[in-house]
Design a protein around this ligand. Structure first.
Ligand SMILES: C[S@@+](CC[C@H](N)C(=O)[O-])C[C@H]1O[C@@H](n2cnc3c(N)ncnc32)[C@H](O)[C@@H]1O
Length: 221
């Protein structure tokens, strides 16, 4: 049974941990000017509703696999920071929607190149137009393509919010990811099922709730 002093010690340790985490969070926010960049993205995309655009494009041929959703951008940037991103890295979002994640990744971590791959034409066009109008200086490319067709040989970090991928797409894609892995693969919702990866599990906030996120790195044997 706990005596008074051990309860006090536990309370102090948890209080200290919370304080330390909060301090690390503020330091991270300040170092990467997170608030400024998020405000910038909000201004750029203030007139865009990805949910509606996606719905309108699929209206005549509904496809459950293309269900739209967005990751909360600060949560996404914090997740990405766990992968230790560097300016010389090349980043891909497979299933990039209107491209907010690609803008955020590029602005904050200054990637050599950031790609957004999206199958829906309207969503991809929005991303391209926003880049042309607001971010010509960022090295981003938005490609309308099926994720299974992507050649990611130059990728250092692959990100995918896979909740909307149907099982066929996910199975084919995970097979390809295991055969031709990038150094870091980040998935939200589901992990890759393969022994060659070490997996760090965490949680992120998405428009449909809190979901598990997985950072895969290849095991060095
Ligand atoms: C859940 S949304 C994620 C959007 C963004 N990456 C984010 O996390 O905020 C998934 C996106 O993947 C796209 N998508 C689904 N299947 C795809 C496929 N086979 N090829 C390319 N894009 C796909 C959907 O149209 C949708 O825009």
């Amino acid at each position: 049974m706990d005596d008074g002093s051990s309860i006090f010690r536990k309370a102090m340790t948890s209080w200290w941990k919370t304080l330390k985490n909060r301090y690390t969070y503020y330091q991270w926010q300040k170092a990467f000017q997170i608030k400024k960049h998020l405000q910038n993205i909000e201004n750029i995309f203030h007139d865009v509703n990805g949910f509606e655009l996606s719905y309108l494009e699929k209206k005549d041929h509904p496809n459950l696999s293309l269900t739209y959703g967005e990751i909360h951008l600060e949560s996404f940037l914090a997740l990405l920071s766990l992968a230790k991103p560097r300016p010389e890295h090349v980043f891909y979002d497979l299933g990039s929607g209107v491209g907010k994640t690609v803008f955020a990744a590029s602005m904050v971590y200054g990637f050599q190149k950031a790609y957004g791959i999206e199958t829906l034409k309207n969503l991809n066009s929005i991303a391209r137009n926003k880049q042309k109008k607001h971010a010509r200086d960022l090295n981003m490319e938005f490609i309308q393509q099926d994720v299974q067709q992507v050649d990611w040989h130059d990728a250092h970090i692959l990100f995918m919010n896979v909740a909307s991928f149907v099982s066929d797409t996910w199975e084919a894609l995970s097979k390809k990811l295991c055969e031709k892995p990038a150094p870091i693969i980040i998935t939200c919702s589901k992990p890759l099922n393969n022994q060659k990866f070490s997996i760090h599990e965490t949680k992120v906030l998405c428009s449909w709730g809190i979901v598990p996120a997985f950072i895969h790195t290849i095991k060095i044997t």
